[in-house]
Design a protein around this ligand. Structure first.
Ligand code: URA
Length: 434
């Protein structure tokens, strides 16, 4: 069928055949299907959805639009983790060395900050010298020799997603579960994994605000992975407040290293251990989560997880002494407290508001060509459930540009909700799906 007929069929709620989907996506990747026809198709998919067969074909076409890496020269079950994105989500920084220290090879292709959410690559680049744009040959070698490698998307892996994502961004078709699921899975399956753990974030700081949507997204991604013969499990985790106490690139690296020393906040430690335990089980290094947890704890206690991070940093061109001595990481020139406007208990923190405030401070990009300031960000002195007195610091702002400070402080105040009663604690891991 011609592109026009396929768009019309989807618009009218008809099913598309796998061959037609493959031809449409191939045509778009190569340029014979123009942006305006793909835009119309994306909007038709937005309203009509894709059934399981269509979704499998759509994801496969995106995956095979480029190179699919084969890492079989590295022995063992290669396992990655993917987060749908949050605020203060520095899990990958501690999870990758932890899993690698326990013998699970971790090939990880990560992203940059997107909207109000931070990105692993931006955080890693705050380590002096760290390179995220290594050639694929180095990525392969480091997965084999070091046990982990974290790089950015290359132009040869899932190129259809690169084009489609940019188009979705300007056609109001990003927040569509089949399109998100195929976008994420095509990139992850291209990186050479055998198994994948998904961290699907739910709450004010996540793309999925409702648990029902997070569950549907997780199930959709698990189904795509299974179709491709990969083992996939998912945890739905809370993103109703930022994870841990830091938001901002170098500040988050510091917290990640502290996690590997057993000294990080309980929420961030728990989410990291829960996800890494899933990786150890999928990777055949533990029979169940309890055994995995015990192994992870040993790697923290004996220092081998931090040692693995230093090894990884060195292998990727970074200065490992900046991990041993965190004072060598970029540090903002000034700090300022944000005072609580009233006393009581913190009943909520709008993570998206905090993420946007961090972006305004320079920790994220306002435009694709913005330059990030790795040193700036927030330390959250109060989190949900904490008692606070009027005038006490809610947050410490780390900043370099005084002109930005007052507006950022106002955003932080607006993101905090303070009430008279301590809220009931929320579970961090809301559900597990496989
Ligand atoms: N992250 C992705 O990689 N793709 C999406 O569509 C949304 C979030």
């Amino acid at each position: 069928m011609r592109p026009y007929e396929l768009i019309k069929a989807k618009r009218d709620g008809k099913k598309l055949s796998p061959d037609d989907i493959a031809a449409f996506i191939d045509g778009y990747t190569k340029g014979s299907v123009p942006d305006y026809q793909m835009s119309a198709m994306l909007m038709a998919v937005f309203f009509r959805g894709l059934d399981d067969v269509e979704l499998g074909a759509w994801a496969r076409a995106m995956l095979f639009s480029g190179e699919v890496l084969d890492l079989s020269e590295t022995p063992g079950i290669k396992v990655d983790k993917h987060s749908t994105g949050g605020v203060g989500d520095k899990v990958s920084l501690s999870l990758a060395p932890l899993a690698a220290a326990c013998g699970v090879p971790v090939p990880m292709i990560s992203g940059r900050g997107l909207g109000h959410t931070g990105g692993t690559l931006d955080k890693l680049e705050s380590i002096p010298g760290f390179k995220v744009d290594l050639p694929v040959a180095d990525y392969r070698r480091l997965v084999r020799e070091v046990g982990a490698c974290l790089i950015g998307q290359t132009s040869t892996l899932a190129p259809a997603d690169k084009k489609l994502y940019a188009l979705r961004d300007v056609t109001a078709t990003v927040d569509c579960i089949p399109l998100i699921a195929s976008s994420i899975m095509s990139k992850k399956l291209a990186e050479g994994i055998d198994a994948l753990v998904l961290d699907v974030k739910v709450g004010s700081g996540a793309f999925m605000k409702r648990i029902e949507d997070a569950r549907t997204l997780a199930r959709t991604m698990i189904a795509i992975g299974r179709e491709m013969g990969k083992k996939v499990t998912a945890l739905l985790t809370d993103m109703d407040q930022p994870l841990g106490r830091t938001v901002g690139n170098a500040l988050e690296v510091i917290e990640a290293v502290e996690m590997l020393r057993g000294k990080a906040p309980a929420d961030y430690t728990e989410v990291t251990l829960a996800l890494t335990a899933e990786m150890l089980v999928l990777g055949g290094k533990a029979k169940d989560a309890a055994e995995a947890r015990a192994k992870l704890q040993r790697c923290i206690d004996d220092g081998s997880a931090e040692k693995k991070l230093r090894e990884l940093v060195k292998a990727q061109g970074g200065d490992p002494s900046a991990i041993a001595d965190l004072g060598k990481l970029p540090r903002a020139r000034h700090t300022a407290p944000v005072a609580a406007p009233a006393g009581g208990f913190v009943t909520g923190i709008d993570s998206e508001g905090i993420g946007l405030a961090a972006m305004a401070l320079g920790a994220g990009r306002e435009r694709t060509d913005s330059v990030i300031d790795p040193a700036v960000g927030f330390v959250l002195e109060k989190k949900v459930g904490d008692a606070v007195q009027a005038g006490e610091p809610l947050v410490t702002v780390h900043y370099n540009d005084a002109a930005k400070l007052e507006a950022v402080k106002a955003r932080v105040v607006a993101a905090y909700r303070i009430g008279g009663e301590r809220p009931a604690p929320r579970p961090l891991v809301l559900e597990r799906l496989e």
